[in-house]
Every structure is written in structure tokens, then in C-alpha cells.
Write a protein that binds this ligand. Structure first.
Ligand code: HPA
Length: 234
């Protein structure tokens, strides 16, 4: 047990899927895993372990934002020996050709700062995905009927952003979407030599202001979960 995860060491798999929302962890575990068992309830940040095609998988909520994700990813990596961590989350689209419900596979994650900024100091470290996972996820996405984009995303510290100038610069430089967790997941994976990837479903659009109602988010999330599972065990 750690401060934030109440599971026994053997209750957690080496492969972790991390949605921000703990209820989405529950839904994904009940929908896609066999024999899913709840392994964490501390602070309501639900986690489940089960099997997919005979492979053990843990689906653990990360909470919103990099400080929260950093707590869970750190404990999973250093205390539970997690080897592969795939964020499955939502994002806001930042390009016209990226539509609500599309999937984004994040090659890199640009930031203003992360919980690791104190280590990097003046260095602008470039957080990037594990290539083997990225390649496998792209391949998995090609065999299904979902528009998928691969490229850079923006990991922000704020949902209610007050810097439209920065948003403009990122759109100008081809950033596909904005979310709040991936960059720190990539930093931690690099530091501890683990594999990480972020796969995102577009839930809202910064240009058209279209958004996916919360009751519809679940269904469109299914493609993303399956892509993540296929990539993890490719
Ligand atoms: N901004 C930041 N994080 C997000 C968004 C957004 O528009 N949509 C989903 N996660």
C-alpha cells in the first residue's frame, strides 16, 4: 500500500491504463476486462485489475491535472513496478481538421511547466511518447472506423485559460489538442525508463466551440480504450 493507493503489490498489473475520471476507470474495467476487481478506493480514485485477452491490466484513475497524475504514476512506477502506462483521456481540439469524437495519439506534449520543472530548471525538456507504443497504437487505430490524428498536444495547467495568445501560437504551430496530464506522464516514464503514451478522445473544440455531452463521452471512449489495450500488448 502507498499513501494514495490501497492495493497490495500483487493486485496491480505491469500494464496500466489511466483515465482522468475514476468512474471512467470503472466503466472501462467493467466493459473491456474479464474478472475486473476493484483494487483501490482511496479518495474515491478508483482502480481495477482484470484481464484482456489473457493479459493482466490495471485501470487506475489519475485525477485531473499533472500534480494529481504525478502522484498516481509515481506510486505505480516506484512502488508497484508499472512498466507500461497509457493515458486514456479527453482533450479540446485545436485544429480545424480535428473533429469532436476523433482520436488523437500524442507524439509529444508541449507545456509551460510540469511538476518536473523544478528538476529541469532552465532546460526545455521535450516530453515524448514511447515509440513502440505509438507505432502499435497508430496501427490499432487504422483497423477501426475512427478518425485518428498523430502529433503534438499541449498539456496545460489550467482548463479556464487566460492566455489566448499562447493558444494562437500553438494552433499556428500545429498542436492538435489540449489536455492537462500527458507531459508529466511522459517525463516520469523517461526518468524511470518505462513506456508511456497518451491517447485522447476529442470532447470539445476550441475553434468551433462544439462539445460532446457527458452522457455521450462514454461510448466514443470505447475505441480509445481498445486502441490502448491493443497497443499495450502488441
Ligand atoms: N482544455 C483543457 N483540458 C481539456 C479540455 C480543454 O479544452 N478538454 C478536455 N480536457
Amino acid at each position: 500500500m502507498t499513501i494514495h493507493i490501497g492495493a497490495k503489490p500483487e493486485d496491480i498489473a505491469e500494464t496500466i491504463l489511466m483515465p482522468g475520471d475514476p468512474y471512467r476507470a470503472k466503466w472501462a474495467a467493467e466493459t473491456f476486462l474479464k474478472d475486473a476487481k476493484c483494487i483501490n478506493e482511496v479518495r474515491g480514485m478508483l482502480g481495477f485489475t482484470g484481464t484482456w485477452n489473457g493479459n493482466r491490466v490495471t485501470i487506475q484513475g489519475s485525477g485531473m491535472g499533472m500534480p494529481s497524475l504525478s502522484i498516481y504514476a509515481n506510486e505505480l512506477i516506484t512502488e508497484y513496478n508499472a512498466q507500461t502506462l497509457i493515458r486514456i483521456g479527453s482533450c479540446g481540439a485545436m485544429q480545424e481538421n480535428v473533429k469532436v469524437r476523433d482520436v488523437i495519439i500524442a507524439m509529444t506534449a508541449t507545456t509551460l511547466s510540469t511538476p518536473s520543472s523544478g528538476i529541469f530548471k532552465e532546460l526545455n525538456f521535450a516530453p515524448c511518447a514511447d515509440y513502440s507504443l505509438l507505432e502499435a497504437a497508430v496501427k490499432a487505430s487504422r483497423s477501426r472506423d475512427v478518425a485518428t490524428h498523430v502529433g503534438g498536444i499541449y498539456s496545460s495547467d489550467v482548463f479556464y485559460d487566460e492566455r489566448p495568445d499562447l493558444t494562437d501560437q500553438m494552433m499556428r504551430h500545429g498542436i492538435l489538442g489540449v489536455e492537462m496530464e500527458a507531459a508529466e506522464l511522459y517525463n516520469l516514464a523517461a526518468r524511470h525508463k518505462r513506456r508511456a503514451l497518451a491517447i485522447l478522445t476529442v470532447s470539445d473544440h476550441l475553434i468551433t466551440h462544439e462539445s460532446l455531452p457527458s452522457d455521450q463521452r462514454e461510448k466514443t471512449f470505447g475505441d480509445m480504450v481498445e486502441i490502448a489495450l491493443e497497443a499495450a500488448f502488441a
